[in-house]
Ligand binder design. Structure first.
Ligand SMILES: [Fe+2]
Length: 269
């Protein structure tokens, strides 16, 4: 499943919708006879998290996975990361913030999302996969790069469910999902000041040349750690992820791929 030449870069941006409304509802809301919404109405605050059960239960599933599900073991560093994720997430749930409305957006790779959810629902991460399925039409899929590598534009995207941009606001923790097509290599990269964990939901994948990870595995990437992801030949790969780090860095991560051969050799990638 190799990318073809001359592909169009992405699907068009969809109509912005309230964060807790399905995509179809957003499109059908625009009736010719209805007056334009006033700027004041457009600026209305979103619902509280407690009033949006699909989002709050999705976060609860994240919390469960970082507490006891997935890879329950781990080194001191991994346990410390899991604890930071849980504590920050619990603080957000307790604060019951108002949601930030984001326009749902697809990317070409989201054509694989139904299959990834099907595979995920059969495995160790079934609860998280099902909870993600409840908000599947409301996710904002992104590349994160001003100019993503051409081969990735049809084979990769990520969405955030919590973070500085919302939909659930947090300055200290980003939670989201990465979706990769089969037979895809996400090139070598690292994250400045950001500690990252991947929690595998569906599909087999490897990080660098270390191992093949199955659903339920948790992989910790400390800041600056160079890593590269390769997915299996048959199924798409869906990874939940968590980023912790300074608020300023999470607000502007400055994602870029590593081009240095020296770094590749040093890290055995
Ligand atoms: Fe990463």
């Amino acid at each position: 499943m190799q990318p073809s030449q001359g592909e169009s870069p992405m699907s068009p941006t969809q109509t912005p919708a309230p964060v807790d409304a399905p995509v179809e509802a957003a499109a059908s809301d625009v009736a010719a006879a209805e007056p334009e919404p006033s700027p004041a109405a457009a600026a209305e605050p979103g619902p509280r998290l407690s009033e949006a059960p699909d989002w709050s239960y999705l976060l609860l599933e994240f919390e469960t996975m970082y507490r006891a599900g997935g890879s329950a073991g781990g080194s001191k560093a991994i346990r410390g990361h899991r604890k930071r994720v849980r504590e920050t997430l619990s603080a957000v749930l307790d604060a019951d913030p108002r949601l930030i409305a984001r326009a749902p957006q697809e990317k070409p790779v989201t054509a694989y999302l139904p299959r990834a959810l099907d595979v995920g629902e059969r495995g160790a991460m079934s609860a998280l996969a099902r909870a993600l399925g409840r908000v599947a039409g409301r996710l904002t899929w992104e590349y994160g790069y001003a100019r993503p590598p051409r081969h990735l534009t049809r084979r990769y995207a990520y969405c955030e469910v919590m973070g500085p941009q919302g939909p659930v606001p947090s300055e200290r923790l980003i939670l989201g999902f990465v979706l990769l097509a089969p037979s895809t290599t996400y090139p070598q990269h690292s994250h400045k000041e950001i500690e990252e964990s991947y929690l595998s939901v569906a599909g087999a994948w490897s990080e660098n040349d270390t191992a093949v990870y199955a659903p339920g595995s948790l992989i910790l990437n400390r800041p600056e750690h160079e890593h590269r992801i390769t997915t299996g030949d048959l199924e798409p790969c869906l990874l939940a992820y968590a980023w912790t780090g300074p608020a300023g860095r999470l607000a502007a991560p400055g994602m870029k791929l590593s081009a240095s051969r020296k770094a590749r050799v040093a890290h055995g990638i």
